[in-house]
Design a protein around this ligand. Structure first.
Ligand code: HEC
Ligand code: HEC
Length: 448
């Protein structure tokens, strides 16, 4: 019976909502004796599970060879190790790493380390402990390369999990079980890059001095990154604030056409973009839109739209990586985290008087089709939209929005909470919603 229930549930969510047991049930459970003729195992389901698992491994652990950049060029591993461990400077202790928003996968910790941690016998102020965590592959999205099992650290790379996953804090703050697809809104990517002993890769690329690179990257702050900086070199908006955007979730993307805040392309388009141009992995990337020297001066000068680095460690990973992300469901709102009666009233407003469903069409909560809108349509400035090919904003799919309240809402977090988003729409669309109606709408969005 359990297998039957989980088969139904799991099939509706591309296997992603299944725990490993449920998935095994689907694949391994022989037909019930009274369930009619024996059904042969479904090879397509087995292939789907294998592809999902492969995608997860890539998402969590694959650097696509980007250690040539993060270790080889920025020499970040030397700053982490510190002088006492063959690197430079004071090193980065686990306490400092957690302070930068890095997260630790409790399940990857060796049993003796867990026991020592519980007994308070681990020195969290010693960079050598950080190296121990890296050796256990326990720091989310950061992969250390060591000379030998007990040799010194030789390089470091990052994976998709660096920005698009966090932990549930079940062991301690910043230490727990992985939550793939959740944006890490604590992660200070700018500060991490600035810890590198050598910033010349950025000064050379952007054509500015080190002080300018420091000013730009230190303005990002936790939970933000600027994916367009290396295309157009814009560090700040006209209003003086950072040009960086919030790290978005990488769950709940199935059925959504265009991705990123400004709709650069499909999931596999963006995955190839990120792995090649942001993580600086080794691979192939084609996008002649980046030849526009007015809009993307740095990308055009560096031929970013025509990248062919060998060996290609990216292209073969795109199918499973795509599949895995489509299979990551948005996390359901925890029971008790919203007022159910208010949410029900809010749902009626969402599709009715408040007109939200004109763009956020349930159950996708983005527009089925070409899901982009002009800045004027949603009543905000065009700065970030203008940095993208279509000069529009993509209707954000709203499922799981409750889970990334930290950092605020909209691409740059300009609205501190959902109430501020709703108040903005109420004014912009002249909806005439009462305070109570606005509160109900907020409860509805929190329930998605
Ligand atoms: C250094 C941080 C960082 C890393 C590493 C990173 N991303 Fe992202 N990702 C971002 C940011 C920032 C955006 C938003 C970009 C924008 O809108 O301009 C984004 C957007 C996305 C989106 C679009 C989400 C949506 O709502 O449409 C997907 C999908 C995605 N990333 C997948 C990946 C994958 C897969 C990898 C690994 C190959 C990866 N990212 C690595 C920061 C990162
Ligand atoms: C004209 C189309 C359109 C309508 C109508 C619309 N939205 Fe949006 N919505 C968007 C776009 C585009 C964005 C992305 C804005 C950005 O990131 O800067 C967005 C973003 C949001 C966000 C932020 C999500 C996040 O993770 O940052 C919320 C919440 C939201 N909308 C809720 C609503 C509600 C509630 C209504 C009805 C009152 C509504 N929207 C009406 C297009 C629309």
């Amino acid at each position: 019976m359990r297998a039957v229930i989980s088969t139904t549930l799991c099939a509706t969510a591309l296997l992603a909502s299944c725990d490993d047991d449920a998935r095994r049930d689907i694949l391994d459970t022989p037909a019930q004796p009274d369930a009619g003729p024996q059904r042969p195992p479904d090879p397509a389901a087995a292939a789907a599970t294998a592809m999902f698992d492969e995608g997860r491994t890539i998402f969590r652990h694959d650097t696509f060879g980007d250690e040539a950049f993060w270790g080889g060029q920025l020499r970040l591993h030397e700053a982490i190790a510190g002088e006492a461990n063959g690197g430079v400077g004071p090193g980065v202790s686990p306490t400092a790493a957690l302070g930068l928003g890095l997260k630790v996968d409790a399940e990857a910790l060796p049993a003796d380390v867990v026991a020592a941690l519980e007994a308070g016998q681990v020195n969290l102020d010693d960079p050598a402990t950080t190296l121990l965590l890296l050796r256990a592959d326990a720091v989310l999205g950061v992969k250390g390369f060591f000379a030998a099992d007990d040799g010194p650290i030789e390089s470091i790379g990052i994976t998709c999990a660096f920005c698009h996953s966090t932990v549930d804090d079940s062991f301690a703050p910043g230490i727990g079980a992985r939550l793939d697809g959740w944006p890490n809104r604590d992660l200070d990517v700018g500060a991490i890059i600035l810890a590198a002993p050598d910033l010349t890769p950025y000064t050379t690329l952007l054509g500015v001095d080190e002080a300018t690179v420091r000013t730009v990257l230190s303005a990002w702050g936790p939970g933000k990154f600027d994916a367009e900086l290396i295309l157009d070199g814009k560090g700040f908006r006209p209003d003086g604030k950072t040009a960086a955007t919030l790290l978005p979730p990488a769950f709940g993307l199935a059925g959504v056409n265009l991705h990123t805040y400004t709709g650069w392309g499909s999931v596999p388009y963006w995955n190839a973009f990120v792995a090649n141009l942001l993580m600086m992995g080794s691979g192939t990337f084609y996008d002649p839109r980046l030849d526009d020297a007015t809009k993307f001066p740095i990308a055009a000068a560096n031929q970013f739209g025509h990248r062919r680095s060998t060996p290609d460690l990216i292209t073969s990973k795109l199918p499973p990586l795509h599949f895995y992300q489509l299979g990551l469901p948005p996390p359901p709102a925890p029971a008790g985290s919203f007022d159910a009666a208010a949410a029900e009233r809010g749902g009626a407003l969402f599709t009715g008087k408040a007109r939200c469903a004109e763009c956020h069409v349930p159950p996708l909560y983005t527009d089925p089709g070409w899901n982009l809108h002009t800045p004027a349509e949603i009543g905000i400035d065009s700065f970030q939209a203008d940095r993208s090919p279509d000069e529009r904003y993509r209707t954000t799919p709203l499922r799981g929005a409750w889970s990334h309240a930290k950092g605020g809402y909209y691409h740059d977090g300009r609205f501190p909470d959902l109430a501020a988003v709703v108040a903005h729409y109420n004014a912009h669309f002249r909806l005439g919603l009462t305070d109570a109606e606005q509160a109900d709408l907020v409860e509805f969005v929190k329930s998605l």
